[in-house]
Design a protein around this ligand. Sequence first.
Ligand code: NAD
Ligand code: TDX
Length: 363
Amino acid sequence: MPEASCQKQFIMTTRKILITGGAGFIGSHVVRLFVNNYPNYEIYNLDKLTYAGNLKNLTDIENAPNYHFVRLDLVDATAVNNLFNEHQFDSVIHLAAESHVDRSITNPMDFVMTNVVGTVNLLNAAKEIWKGNMEGKLFYHVSTDEVYGSLHDGGFFLESTSYDPQSPYSASKAASDHFVRAYHNTYKIPVVLTNCSNNYGPNQFPEKLVPLFINNIRNNKPLPVYGKGENVRDWLYVVDHARAIDVVYHKGKIGETYNIGGFNEWTNIDLIKVICKTMDKILGRHEGESEKLITYVTDRAGHDLRYAIDANKIMKELGWEPSLQFEEGIEKTINWYMDNQQWMDEVTSGDYAKYYDKMYASR
Ligand code: NAD
Ligand code: TDX
């Protein structure tokens, strides 16, 4: 890989940025931050609007003059090329993905198509319009800590940790990371990558642990804990991830990877007990009432034991650090879901209700 070089400061100039997956959980927070903080940047949000994409996540900025939405499937190479030709983007922040591990176990090919083929389609389109002039261009690939595999004997994931993906989801993300680095090495596309730990916060689709359990507690439904609940995840508030993406976009070094995490490890069962306790307070229930909903169910196949990010590189080199303590973040998150029950009810009706019955009936 060529020697890392300092990226240009984009802040005062006009930029045309394609953000993919901007209608999803993390993407919507990234789009909001860029639209609000950089009025001189033109932000294009590309999203297929799968079950996980929801334009209601962005109603507060949808009429901003520097915001544009494009509905497009990244798997459609011709459509991706046409879009690049039309708009001549100078940078890409790529978040669109199939993102749920359980779905990757039942439908791995969806993950190959969007996460691998979709990423290569984007890289090809960028390569074509940037060829001959890579100056000021940037392909920012957003990835996950899951590519490093599962920690069993202590320690942390470093940027230099070997890849060892264990699920179809993490294998597809690992493949996409490899393609991004290969395009940098082979075609000199200016790239930067980040690998982040588990996010929590507003607007997360309720197939994921935190919003699923908040919603089930509200509705007095069982809380399906996989295995013994001993798996460990490292949780980061979603807005802090978006802030990190802002910092890496502007100050990251070309060709580099930065790990992002909150140094905030929880076993699933301890995290679930915090959510139960906070919900008891908010709902006016007796302490311990929500915990009675905990139900141990069949474990996830190939369930990774522990993820833990060493985020020292981004902290020391780029000056980023999380802004929220976990206790504050989780209370804020629970309050958001309680205040936005219509959002929750809309996304959990229809097809999702069928998915839920199928996914949990067999456990
Ligand atoms: P999400 O599932 O909430 O959103 C994904 C978005 O991508 C949706 O809006 C969906 O409509 C869109 N999309 C899916 N397939 C597409 C396609 N073929 N073409 C265009 N758009 C498509 O995901 P998220 O949790 O916000 O994750 C965003 C990114 O961050 C992913 O790349 C994920 O791997 C990564 N990541 C997530 C976490 C986490 O905890 N959620 C942690 C680290 C990294
Ligand atoms: O019903 C459940 N019961 C349960 O015990 C669900 C949905 C999950 N779990 C467990 C599995 C995990 O150990 O909770 C933990 C968190 O599960 P998820 O929310 O599905 O997240 P995880 O599998 O850790 O992956 C997430 O973090 C990294 C995101 O979904 C990925 O997109 C991201 O890359």
